[in-house]
Design a protein around this ligand. Structure first.
Ligand code: UT7
Length: 328
């Protein structure tokens, strides 16, 4: 089986910065509540008219440039998103068109926040037997137009963004390698986070819009408990599978949903705060974008270096969750 390595990373976060004070004017909340309960100070939101493929294409171009690959070398494009430009076709096909990745097969994975990790797992499987040589995996989301700005327990949490990695076959020891992957789902818990309207169960209609069914509905408190449990379980599973100890991990990138979740998970795994990559304060919860954006920023700032052992883990609507361990 061929070894798979991350050859390049990229990300794009929209330029519009939305601080906590934005919500103070709209709903009964405060910068103090949002900061202490979530760790979020600000988030990025798209300008009207921007769509998921716009963000994904920019992030992808940047990852391709770092990898030194051209788009027409790509064999596979997987986009982890639940907020594609349109219900059909996939965002993957639009990104393929925008990049000019003529020979790539392209599709989306709707796995909410762990969509990027699901994408990595799929790409790894496609590439392991050697039939696919180069892949682009993107995690991205535009949630700012899926949130109910009257629902104070959800609207303050989310932001928009996209992150990408380009994968290739590993050339050897110093080229990095994806070592372990775990992806899991529990559909019994689908009600915890869902968007009821706009699909086939409740199609778009004036009535659907009047009832606000196009917006994310989330049981925050209950989700919090499952978040800590799943992030810890998945990470522990990979650590055990790989026969390592948590102190061998150089960097941990948990899903950037809430600083309290991240702290609790890192503590349970025995990973010190200095090794945890944190972007939640500036981007909020960007769902599928949260891990690849944090990864790209850590690589470009020189925090993560060639040879470092990196653990990432995420959870989200479905419920879905997963983790990946790789040597960068
Ligand atoms: O990507 C996966 C997506 N989901 C998540 O990661 C969400 C996980 N959950 C969370 O992050 C937290 O549960 C929240 C941040 C959503 C909520 O924090 P919490 O500490 O669990 O608060 P709570 O829901 O227990 O609410 C405590 C109080 C309530 O008031 P009462 O009933 O005690 O009077 C809420 O109404 O805080 C109130 N509250 C707010 N107050 C000011 C809820 N949202 C706000 C707000 N500003 N924005």
């Amino acid at each position: 089986m061929k070894k798979i390595a991350i050859k390049g990373t990229g990300s794009y976060s929209p330029e519009r910065v939305v601080p906590n004070s934005y919500f103070e004017k709209m709903i009964d909340t405060s910068d103090e509540w949002i900061t202490t309960r979530t760790g979020i100070k600000e988030r990025r939101m798209i300008e009207k008219g921007q769509a998921m493929s716009d963000l994904a294409t920019l992030a992808s171009a940047s990852a391709l440039q770092m990898a030194g690959f051209s788009a027409d070398q790509l064999d596979l494009i997987v986009i982890g998103t639940s907020t594609a430009d349109m219900l059909s076709p996939s965002c993957g096909c639009i990104v393929q068109h925008r990049l000019g990745a003529k020979k790539a097969v392209a599709f989306d994975v709707n796995a909410a926040c762990p969509g990027f990790i699901y994408g990595l797992a799929i790409a790894q499987k496609f590439m392991q037997d050697g039939s696919y040589g180069k892949a682009l995996v993107v995690g991205g989301e535009i949630i700012s137009n899926r949130i109910d700005y009257q629902d104070r327990s959800t609207c303050v949490l989310f932001g928009d963004g996209a992150g990408a990695v380009v994968l290739g076959h590993s050339n050897g020891n110093d080229d990095g390698e994806i070592l372990g992957m775990d992806i899991e789902s529990d559909g019994d818990l689908w009600r915890l986070i869902h968007v009821p309207g706009g699909g086939s169960r409740i199609p778009a209609s004036h009535e659907m819009i009047d009832q606000g069914l196009q917006y994310v509905k989330m049981q925050g408190n209950e989700t919090f408990k499952h978040a800590v449990r799943t992030l810890v379980d998945s990470s522990r599973k990979i650590i055990a599978q790989q026969g390592i100890t948590s102190d061998e991990i150089d960097w941990f990138i948990p899903h950037q949903a809430n600083i309290r979740i991240m702290d609790a998970v890192a503590e349970k795994l025995g990973i010190p705060t200095e090794k945890v990559i944190i972007t939640v304060h500036k981007y909020g919860n960007t769902s599928a974008a949260s891990i690849p954006v944090a990864l790209d920023e850590a690589v470009r700032s020189g925090q993560i270096r060639k040879g470092d052992l990196v653990l990432v883990s995420s959870f989200g609507a479905g419920l879905t969750w997963g983790a990946a361990l790789f040597r960068y």
